[in-house]
Design a binder for this molecule. Structure first.
Ligand code: AMP
Ligand code: MG
Length: 411
């Protein structure tokens, strides 16, 4: 395991290995829909009703019979009542008649067409309309949005704002979802200090715990922050044991590259079945993946941009699969690059870029220096520019693949 030289894998191979062994969390629970926000649906939702449930008006206007519409000239119709949203007109409408109707109000029996209120002229006993209207216009039909019995949401869908609203529109108060994923993380490294502590020579602040926290927060999982762990054998071991006890997934950052002088690798050998890989991607070469006790483990590289890139590209699809989501891969777009992008053939590159508009066309620019320690660039960027492993420097004007950051989190 950990003593062997780390094999070099493509990102695709690493993802395949990980996604092949990870299965969605089994525990399923029933939740009120607001409490289920961010969780993954564990059942198919069939509509118990038609939406809309009755024919209604798309406009404020007048309900009329199509056969009364004049082919030319004008016609006068008698006004016999009003249909309000929530208080329908309860009579029947005959030819030669009209009913004042509000948006969303039920269409009266006999009416099949709505004339916008701006298109009528009021008369003493009703309305006058011209010859520019079509039978059936401005009417929303029963089941037009969703038909009764039809599947509206498939299992594996992450419940976000639109889904909560959709469920509510069907009168569904409770759904079956997979339980929230529990994730624990800590940082190790003798050079690291937590914010709030003074920095001495040769020390830096731990930032990975904060980026990991933020990325997990965006995913809606239950978070357990175990802090910065000093590089002492017993402390590292205790942190791993605690993390594996409370969480489904444990993240660490740092300590997995060749030549690391800390106890992460040693402890992993003792406590778990963990593979140490080199992934042919940039940033983010070293990665540890495996199991510690009942928990899955990801050892991210220490460099701040590498930790984020590996989280997004390798860990995120795995977390989504664990959560039961079916759409686990990020959205990619193809856009021309305004800048030349320096690269050597060899590794799949996730350069940081800025998606922008230039003369009405979506384009991407580089953020500039691409060092894996330059976290400020990650903040200025709004996308990864994905450059294939075999590619060399990409000339300005070339169409490249980009992954908007927004799409990495909001599936
Ligand atoms: P390592 O993989 O432990 O050799 O770390 C690689 C680089 O990332 C080193 O420069 C570390 O100081 C830095 N690093 C490791 N962990 C963190 C962290 N939690 N926050 C910020 N930088 C880190
Ligand atoms: Mg280290």
């Amino acid at each position: 395991m950990c003593e062997k030289p780390a094999p070099m894998l493509s990102l695709e191979q690493a993802l395949e290995k990980i996604l092949n062994v990870i299965e969605p969390l089994e525990h399923i629970e029933s939740k009120q829909i607001m409490d289920a926000f961010g969780q993954t649906l564990a059942e198919a939702i069939c509509s118990p009703l038609n939406v809309p449930p009755y024919r209604n008006s798309a406009m404020d206007g007048y309900a009329v019979c199509g056969e009364d519409l004049p082919e030319s000239g004008e016609v006068e119709l008698k006004l016999i009542g009003t249909s309000w949203a929530g208080t329908p007109f309860d009579g029947e409408m005959k030819t030669g008649e009209s009913v004042r109707i509000m948006t969303g109000a039920k269409m009266p029996e006999g009416a099949d067409t709505v004339i916008m209120q701006e298109h009528i002229e009021k008369t003493d006993s009703g309305i006058r309309i011209g010859d520019t209207h079509k039978t059936g216009q401005n009417v929303r039909h029963i089941g037009e949005d969703i038909a009764e019995g039809g599947i509206v949401l498939e299992p594996g869908k992450s419940l976000k704002a639109a889904e909560l609203g959709l469920l509510a529109s069907l009168g569904i108060a409770e759904v079956k979802v997979r339980r929230p994923l529990k994730v624990a993380f800590f940082s190790t490294g003798d050079e690291l200090r937590a914010v709030g502590e003074p920095l001495e020579d040769g020390q830096i602040y731990d930032s990975n715990r904060y980026t990991i926290f933020g990325m997990l927060k965006g995913l809606g999982v239950e978070i357990h922050d175990l802090g910065v762990i000093r590089d002492k054998r017993e402390d590292v071991e205790a942190a791993f044991n605690k993390a594996a006890d409370i969480a489904d997934v444990v993240f660490t950052s740092g300590g997995v590259s060749v030549g690391d002088a800390d106890y992460v690798k040693e402890t992993l050998e003792k406590l778990g079945q963990v593979n140490l890989w080199k992934i042919a991607m940039k940033p983010g070469k070293p990665l540890a993946f495996g199991r510690i006790g009942q928990a899955w483990f990801f050892g991210l590289p220490g460099n701040p941009v590498s930790a984020m890139a590996t989280f997004y590209q390798v860990a995120l699809p795995a977390l989504r699969k664990l959560m039961g989501q079916t759409e686990v891969m990020p959205l990619t777009l193809k856009v021309p690059t305004l800048d030349s992008l320096k690269k050597r053939p060899g590794r799949l590159d996730f350069q940081r870029g800025i998606l922008d508009y230039e003369k009405d066309q979506l384009v991407v620019r580089s953020i500039g220096p691409q060092g894996s320690h330059i976290l400020s660039g990650m903040s200025r960027a709004n996308c990864f520019i994905v450059i294939p492993a075999e590619s060399g420097t990409v000339e300005a004007g070339t169409v490249v693949e980009v992954q908007p950051f927004a799409s990495l989190m909001s599936a």
